[in-house]
Design a protein around this ligand. Structure first.
Ligand code: NAD
Ligand code: MG
Length: 402
């Protein structure tokens, strides 16, 4: 039991999959953590229930109408909660002086500005929102260094890598004595499907992940393996390593969450059941280990652990992401923006699953790259890539659902 003042936590994206897992861990440690702010896009009812349970100082809705509805409902059920809205509201809570830790768990580019604000204001940034690093890795890492923020990855692979590095390792530095890092990937729900059948898969099938329970966007990204592509870029920024020292390994069981190979031939891995409460509690408790609620790993029940090289023809998005990372500048931001548009179009059943890679490739070909040293340049290229992707989808040249 801790007697110190509770740590103030801001949860960006509290109604999502990572948000819910984070609140589950926090609820197990009521004396250790105090929820200062909860935020969501437009899920009013979910946010009301969370406010009643956790009594934060602030509740933020990105959507202004939803914020008005929330304010009305909270007047009855949790009158002490202050309601804010829009990007301004998100920035206010991410950088608030009462906040020590920020869980950055908004999905997509919408998470960039509030995550960056947490980095700029020197918080412990528990980063789930990989898109922020993909879009603006150089600016983000500089903000972390300038403000002496503590950056702890929550993405399970990157959290696993951090756990396999020396205790004094600081994010962004090239780790000493490391030859390679290996990011594991489950291969998603279509790993056994022939490439010829991929164009017929549905959003429901794509969101039914074999080992992880996640939000819809990242579930589709896992099925295309764009998720692993984004994670390679994320790893490049987090661990200061070039592309040739970051490998992707297909591992169907999702029990080994990633590995670090040292110069002497030692390979360290982090294992556990596939439950995001493990990396979340690692980031919340660090450097201590705290109870997460995750089921214990029963090694005797594990029949085998397989590792394979991913098939490039099956996962063209992985290749597109590594190409964008090699191109540098705003290419990863363009890749990410086009992918967000394409994934949404697939979820809306406007394009086929295999058209996601087509749309991203088109955007990378058509959009001019710039040096990614200014936020406005990055946001302009993000917007341009979205326009190009939408135009291409509307052109009728992409594969449509069968
Ligand atoms: P989700 O879709 O379940 O939840 C997203 C959250 O962001 C919700 O609270 C939603 O209200 C909020 N949100 C959505 N759009 C918004 C906007 N425009 N403005 C403000 N808030 C908005 O997503 P998730 O699966 O929890 O993933 C969140 C992030 O964590 C993603 O970047 C994802 O890549 C990363 N991540 C998730 C997992 C996982 O297991 N779910 C694992 C690793 C990394
Ligand atoms: Mg991951």
């Amino acid at each position: 039991m801790t007697t110190a003042k509770p740590v103030g936590v801001c949860l960006l994206g509290s109604t999502g999959s990572i948000g819910l897992s984070t609140l589950d861990v926090i609820a197990r440690h009521p004396r250790r953590f105090r929820v200062i702010a909860l935020t969501a896009n437009s899920s009013v009812d979910k946010l009301v229930a969370q406010c009643v349970q956790f009594q934060p100082q602030y509740a933020v809705m990105a959507d202004a109408d939803a914020a008005n509805q929330l304010a009305v409902l909270l007047k009855q059920s949790a009158p002490d909660v202050q309601v804010l809205s829009g990007t301004d509201g998100l920035l206010t809570v991410a950088g608030h002086e009462a906040v020590d830790f920020v869980m950055a768990a908004i999905v997509g580019a919408a998470g960039l500005l509030p995550s960056l604000e947490a980095a700029r204001t020197g918080k412990r940034v528990m980063l789930a929102n990989k898109e922020a690093l993909v879009m603006s890795g150089a600016l983000f890492m500089q903000a972390v260094r300038d403000s002496r923020a503590t950056l702890l990855p929550v993405d399970s692979e990157h959290n696993a890598i951090l756990q396999c590095l020396p205790d004094n390792y600081v994010a962004g530095a090239a780790p000493v004595g490391v030859r390679n890092i290996m990011l594991t990937a489950s291969g998603g729900p279509f790993r056994n499907l022939p490439v010829s059948q991929l164009s017929a898969v549905t959003p429901e099938q794509a969101c039914a992940h074999p080992t992880w329970d996640m939000g819809r966007k990242i579930s589709v990204d896992s099925a295309t393996m764009m998720n692993k592509g984004l994670e390679v870029i994320e790893a490049g920024w987090l661990f200061g390593l070039p592309m040739e020292n970051i490998n992707v390994v297909l591992h169907r069981q999702s029990l080994v969450h990633s590995l670090v190979e040292y110069n002497d031939g030692s390979v360290l891995a982090q294992m556990g059941n596939p439950d995001m409460r493990i990396p979340i509690s690692h980031a919340l408790g660090w450097p201590e280990r705290i109870e997460s609620g995750a089921r214990r790993l029963d090694l005797m029940a594990v029949e085998n652990l397989q590792f394979e090289a991913p098939d490039k023809a099956h996962y063209p998005c992985l290749e597109l992401a590594t190409t964008a990372w090699r191109s540098g500048g705003t290419a990863p931001a363009i890749l990410n923006a086009a992918n967000e548009v394409a994934v949404q179009a697939f979820l809306d059943e406007r394009i086929a699953f295999t058209a996601i890679a087509q749309v991203v490739e088109q955007a990378l070909e058509q959009c001019a790259l710039h040096v990614a040293d200014r936020l406005d340049t990055i946001l302009a290229d993000d917007a341009h890539a979205r326009a190009v992707a939408n135009e291409y989808i509307d052109s009728g040249k992409v594969r449509v659902p069968q």
